[in-house]
Design a binder for this molecule. Structure first.
Ligand code: 2IT
Length: 445
């Protein structure tokens, strides 16, 4: 018989100074502890202890030369958390905030997310504390080469398949893949998010943003509503926010905010034209990490130093980074009468914020369910690579839609309470956990 507090005490003792990892573990264990206690097979197989310990944590030195000829040193990581149901799979994050604890929390979340996609993928994550902010193209190329010169030893198309995340987009995947190909003399599906002309999948760049909107559509339908005419607040201005703005517009909704570290944009007209989407991509590619120039370009309002959660809307989508939405933000969202929060960043909301949403009966979709479209299409890219095939955008999009519906329905199946309220976070954790736990039991220790 497990008790949450005892179990977490042990996790805290074993993972000191890793608050994000501890937060992610607590959230999952809280959801699944009754399922575990009701299932002697999970207890006998020590699933909780085993699933919270990474298979391995790899850390390595990355030396590279900046444009002034100075040698720089960063730290690279790959956390291979669980391959119980498939090869380790998960993105690479290049961001100044990256620590070993960040990597562990992201890899842990990825286990359950990947299990939900219906595809056979395990959980992993990697990256570096390297910040692309202000770096030239040549510097990014040199960094990526050096990073892959170490990482290639640990990955492979049937072993561990990295992809992009914050700070790692199409350009970085290209540089990383080029170095892997050079070292290994092979073209395989070792990375996803590749260019369409060299093994990439249609719809992968848009997949996370499209997927979260498909998820929201399913949520709305489940509760007798539709996307058309809804006002939406989004944070971030990167790849995920871009895909979300495009799909929201296609579905007849209006995205009125995007944000950066410098503040947020309020665009009453909506971020809803190809010109605005192209500009978002331009802003991101410039590596300046600011969103302010959008305001003068499109006659929108720029609100410095604040988050977009104070804007009255129908749906909110945190699309930036972990813990970007806290209890105070949650209160303001609840005060505005918002009924749907679709977390699209990984662990974008603090535990207290989620608690506030639960108490207020706000429907909260967790990142590991809502943002799974990105890794799902990565899985489809792996399938295409293994078959040496290239599918049309229509085929990939149809698969993505089906997968997001399946994830939604699994959340409802495991998350609906006796009063009918759907706790999507609990449902996602239980559904993902059962799949991985059963695989671990089947395969022995
Ligand atoms: O957080 C995520 O799911 C990603 N960054 C995408 C991972 C992937 O392997 O496509």
């Amino acid at each position: 018989m497990y008790r949450l507090d005892d179990f977490m005490k042990d996790i805290e003792r074993r993972n000191p100074a890793e608050p994000e990892f501890i937060q992610a573990v607590r959230e999952v264990v809280e959801s699944v502890i009754d399922t575990v206690n009701d299932n002697p097979r999970y207890i006998q197989n020590r699933i909780l202890e085993r699933i919270t310990e990474p298979d391995r944590v790899i850390s390595f030195k990355v030396e590279w030369e900046d444009d002034e000829g100075a040698i720089r040193v960063n730290r690279g990581y790959r956390v291979q958390f669980s391959n119980a149901i498939g090869p380790y799979k998960g993105g690479l994050r290049f961001h100044a905030s990256v620590t070993e604890g960040t990597m562990k929390f992201l890899a842990f979340e990825q286990i359950f997310k990947n299990a939900l996609t219906t595809l056979p993928m395990g959980g992993g994550k990697g990256g570096s504390d390297f910040s692309p902010k202000g770096r030239s193209d040549a510097e990014i190329l040199r960094f990526c080469r050096s990073f892959m010169t170490e990482l290639y030893k640990y990955i492979g198309p049937d072993t561990d398949v990295p992809a992009g995340d914050i700070g790692v987009g199409g350009r970085e995947i290209g540089y990383l893949y080029g170095q892997y190909r050079r070292i290994m003399t092979e073209n395989t599906g070792v990375l996803t998010g590749k260019g369409f002309g060299w093994g990439g999948s249609r719809v992968r760049p848009e997949a996370t943003g499209y997927g979260t909107m498909y998820f929201a559509e399913n949520m709305l339908r489940e509760h007798g509503e539709e996307m058309k005419g809804k006002r939406i607040a989004i944070s971030g201005f990167g790849n995920v926010a871009w895909g979300a703005a495009v799909k929201a517009t296609q579905l007849g909704a209006k995205v009125v905010t995007i944000s950066g570290p410098d503040g947020y944009i309020y665009d009453e007209e909506g971020v809803g034209t190809p010109e605005k989407w192209a500009y978002m991509q331009q802003l991101r590619a410039s590596n300046n990490d600011i969103v302010k120039p959008y305001a003068s370009r499109f006659k929108a309002e720029f609100v410095p130093g604040r988050k977009p959660w104070e804007v009255p809307v129908d749906l909110v989508f945190p699309c930036a980074i972990q813990n970007e939405l806290d209890e105070e933000d949650a209160k303001s969202i609840i005060g505005n009468g918002v009924r749907y929060v679709i977390e699209t960043s990984n662990m974008g909301c603090t535990a207290k914020a989620i608690e506030a949403f639960r108490d207020a009966r706000v429907l909260f979709a967790p990142g590991k369910a809502a943002n799974a479209g990105g890794v799902a299409v990565s899985g489809l890219e792996m399938s295409q690579n293994a078959m040496h095939r290239f599918w049309s955008a229509e085929e990939v999009d149809r698969e993505l839609k089906g997968i997001m519906k399946s994830i939604h329905d699994e959340c409802v199946r495991h998350g609906r309470g006796e009063d009918g309220f759907v706790d999507y976070a609990k449902g996602a954790n239980i559904a993902g956990f059962i799949k991985v736990a059963d695989a671990m039991c089947d395969q022995g220790f």
